[in-house]
Each structure stands twice: as C-alpha cells, then as structure tokens.
Design a protein around this ligand. Sequence first.
Ligand SMILES: Nc1ncnc2c1ncn2[C@@H]1O[C@H](COP(=O)(O)OP(=O)(O)OP(=O)(O)O)[C@@H](O)[C@H]1O
Length: 306
Amino acid sequence: MSAFIITDLEYRYAAASVPALQGININLAKGQCLGLIGPNGSGKSTLLSILSGLLTPTSGTVFFSQNDNLTLAKYVQKNVALVPQEYAFYPQLSVTQNLEYFVSLCAFSYAESQTRVETVSHQCQLQEVSNQKAKFLSGGYKRRLNLAIALLKDPQILYLDEPTVGVDPISRGSILSLLSALKNQGKTIVYTSHLLTEVQDICDQIVMLKLGKASYLSLDQGQKCLTIEFAHTLSVSWVEQFSGLSIKVECKDNHLKAYIKSSAELFAMMALLSQSQLDILNMHYDQTSLTQYYLNHMENNDITEY
Ligand SMILES: Nc1ncnc2c1ncn2[C@@H]1O[C@H](COP(=O)(O)OP(=O)(O)OP(=O)(O)O)[C@@H](O)[C@H]1O
C-alpha cells in the first residue's frame, strides 16, 4: 500500500523564471524510506514543504493514501512530523520539560502524554540526560531531542531534514538504528541528507533532484561496477574493442571502469580481458555506490532514469 503518491508535480515560486520543481512522480510504499538527495537549490526543501502542506503545487497532485477525507493540511497535522535541520526546542528548558511542553500540544489525555514522553525518551535514549538543560546537551543528544519531539505525536510519516549533521559516528549510528527500528514498525520516512553512504544504508528508494527535475533509483536494482587497475596505460586500439559491447566503459591511463548490468555482460568483459593478456594489478567488482551514481548523474546534463 502506498503512503503517498505524487503525480506530475510542478512548483513555481511567484516571479521565478523557471519552476523549482517539475515533472515529479513518486509513489512511496508505507513503511519504506525515501531518500531525497541533490545539490543546494535543487528543490529538496520545496518538495518537503509541499509534502507538509505548507506550499500548494502549481500543478499536479499529492495524494496521501490513508487520508480519511481530511484536507491535506489536516492530514499532515495529524499524521506527519517534520524533524527540521535547525534545533526546534527551548534551550533553557530541560529535556523532560521540552518533551512535556511539546506533548501538551498534541491531543492526548494526561496518561497518554506521560506514556508518549516515556516511550520517546526510551526510543531516543534520552533518559540519562532527562534533567539537563537542552542548551548544554552534546550535538548528538540535541539531534536526538529534535527527533524525540517529532515522535511525540506518534506520526505515521516522518520527514527528516539532514538529521545527523554535526553528530559523531556513534550517535549517528544510534540515530540510524532508531530510524531502521521505526521503519520496521511500519513508519514511512522521507530522508534528506548530503551523506550519501547514510542514504544508501537506510533508504529503499532514492530520488535525485537536479535543477528541480528528478531521476529515480531503486537500490536493489543497482548495477555493479568492475574496476581494474592495469600495470600499463591502455592503448586506444584496445579500448576501442569495447565499443562493440553495450557495456558502459570508462578508461583513463591504466584504469578501467565498467558498469555491469548482468552476469552475461560480466562474462563478455572477462572474455575480452583474458584475450588481452594485460597484467592486472588490482580488480574490484561491487555494487555501484550511491556516491558514484550521484557524481555520474550530476556531471551529465541529461536526466537519466536508472
Ligand atoms: N521563497 C522562494 N522564492 C523564490 N525562489 C525560491 C524560494 N525558495 C527557494 N527558491 C528557489 O527554488 C529552488 C529550490 O530551492 P530549495 O530550497 O527547495 O532547494 P534545496 O535543494 O532544498 O537547497 P538546500 O540544499 O540549499 O536546502 C532554488 O532555485 C531556490 O533559489
């Protein structure tokens, strides 16, 4: 079942000469994590603002599947929480005071509110700093408090805007484990980050934005990359024999990179290599990293669907 479906979405800021977003189509299944990546100004925040009901699309639709005939704004208010990149708590209040204040804004009974505060404190591992003023917390605990506040209303969908900025690797690991646990509980997550290894680890589907246009990447369908370092510089005539194969190959000096989509392609490459009798210093065959996809995509002017 879909959590939300975005169809042919376009958004143009007033007086802007080009749309901030155009031709966006996303169908995100419930319980999955969507990674939203792209350089500064590519449209990520605009898309999150539309998904939050703060901006209305110029054209196209956003449809939340489990919406019981609520307006988009009402549905979002009830079921969606945003974890902003900025700290969204009161620095002078303690962790518990912050949680008690923010839970009082949700429509829970007193007993339910107490339970929610205890649950999110436990989920975000905040118990040992519960009495500390928020402004004295470490960067990792501040991020966890930001996340805990968003979780208070027990949202079905969670948007996270770079939730691990300025966080050490251990705290980052615990935030990512918490997000995986939330996913396992059926929560749907939209995650923006410039840390591509993180996105690759946690996301099921990735949308790369570039100048407001999207390309789509499903990681489990990712191609593999064969990287070879030869003892000598490759000759032009040797490189030319790859033009007969439908494999994308990049050669530079004594390095070769081939993007392999099937075992048949791998065997064809190996056959050419064995005929060549060239000395190989290093050879690596692995899933293409998201960083590699990203760099390839951003360097090319075309929008590619992987
Ligand atoms: N209020 C606004 N009025 C006019 N143009 C805007 C406004 N907000 C954003 N834009 C433009 O819309 C485009 C997308 O901006 P957006 O902030 O969505 O990108 P982003 O990917 O979130 O960037 P960043 O990673 O820096 O947060 C940019 O060209 C930006 O200049």
